[in-house]
Write a protein of this length. Structure first.
Length: 369
């Protein structure tokens, strides 16, 4: 008997169900990252980081934002992000996961309702789990289902505020939320609307402002712009009214009791926002790649293409075979996606070209036949 036996057993149970995860090296053509605009290792961004180091930007913040860790780079980034996205203010977090946990655990009150899309990201679930509001799922992208959930809750006599939680572009399905209809519903219900723009920021909208661009700045709208995907960096910007930002600063435990993000990271994100604004050609090139892929793979009009194979073990076998052939494609299984919908998540980035996409499409057709 070893003190580690229970953990060994739990892992072998996962393996038995084809659900054991493990870290594998990065190799082959990139069809797996979220580095959609190829910025993560772009010379322009590298140069900006070197310049930031040269002008003395610190690597470590040295403390939490509320203590000594509040760096001018954080404040400059937040001011620039708010101006760019059109929100009253913005607050920088170390990761999107931390930001979503903070939003959903802190802003809705115990008497409130969160109606969230059935496919919302795990980080939003984490926040809801930590918070005190009632959380109910609504069928994916079905605005009537959202409205019905709100009516049912009101019919039970509840008087709190409603929070509607969605992603603008779904991370595992690549489809887009009906944001205008959701905003109408939010206005009708005097509800808040929280829009996770993780996969749309930098890729969609005027100058890469995302799909919720027109909604930013409204007092009931909170948007989340993660910086580790198309922006090629790390961290996340929550764009929201100042009173809500002040609430996070005062109440979000993950913000208060955590070392502030690296100032160098903030400087990198500042540079990246500048690049997405001034280099529309990256977005245009990605749009051409998405259009090309759409002729060969079952796309939804975005850079995220789910090839649903259904069964977990088969999905992982096909993904491994693709990796063997030099395509870095990852299989996605439950609980990340609903049971029975295991899939290859093909992600298009500027790190690949049309020839590689065509070769991948042929390999998927052959291996999944
Ligand atoms: C929709 C969505 N929201 C939030 C996150 C978390 O962001 P981060 O990777 O910066 O923690 C992710 C990351 O996978 C995501 O896909």
């Amino acid at each position: 008997m070893s003190i580690l036996d229970a953990h060994r057993e739990a892992l072998s149970l996962l393996a038995h169900r084809s659900r054991r995860r493990s870290l594998i090296p990065r190799r082959g053509h990139d069809f797996a990252s979220n580095d959609y605009l190829g910025l993560a290792n772009a010379p322009d961004l590298r140069r900006a980081v070197v310049e930031a180091l040269d002008r003395g930007v610190a690597i470590g913040a040295g403390g939490s934002r509320l203590l000594r860790g509040n760096d001018p780079e954080h404040e400059a980034l937040e001011a620039e992000a708010a101006a760019f996205f059109g929100s009253e203010t913005a607050l920088f977090f170390s990761t999107g996961f931390a930001a979503n946990s903070a939003i959903f655990s802190t802003l809705p009150a115990g008497r409130d309702l969160i109606v969230h899309d059935a496919l919302i990201h795990a980080s939003a679930h984490e926040g809801m789990r930590l918070g005190r509001a009632t959380a109910v799922p609504a069928a994916h992208n079905d605005v009537d289902a959202y409205a019905d959930a709100i009516s049912a809750w009101r019919a039970d006599g509840n008087k709190g505020r409603v929070w509607i939680a969605v992603e603008s572009l779904y991370s595992m399905d690549g489809d887009i939320a009906p944001l205008d209809a959701l905003a109408e519903l939010a206005e009708r219900e005097q509800a808040f609307l929280v829009i996770d723009e993780a996969h749309a920021t930098g890729v969609f909208g005027d100058k890469g402002r995302g799909l919720a661009d027109a909604l930013d700045g409204r007092e009931y709208v909170v948007t989340l712009r993660t910086c580790g995907k198309a922006l090629g960096c790390e961290g996340a910007l929550v764009c929201l009214p100042r009173v809500l930002s002040d609430t996070l600063v005062n109440k979000a435990r993950g913000f208060i009791f955590s070392t502030a993000p690296s100032p160098l990271s903030a400087a990198a994100v500042r540079a990246s926002l500048q690049l997405i604004r001034t280099q529309p050609e990256r977005r245009e090139r990605l749009a051409r790649l998405v259009a090309f892929a759409g002729t060969r793979l079952p796309g939804q009009g975005s850079q995220i293409i789910p090839v649903i194979l259904g069964e977990d073990a088969r999905t992982m076998t096909v993904a491994a075979a693709l990796q063997e052939r030099g395509f870095d494609v990852r299989g996605i299984r439950p609980p990340t996606v609903p049971a029975g919908t295991a899939r290859l998540r093909v992600s298009l980035t500027l790190n690949v070209d049309e020839t590689m996409v065509a070769a991948l499409a042929d390999a998927i057709a052959e291996l999944s036949a």
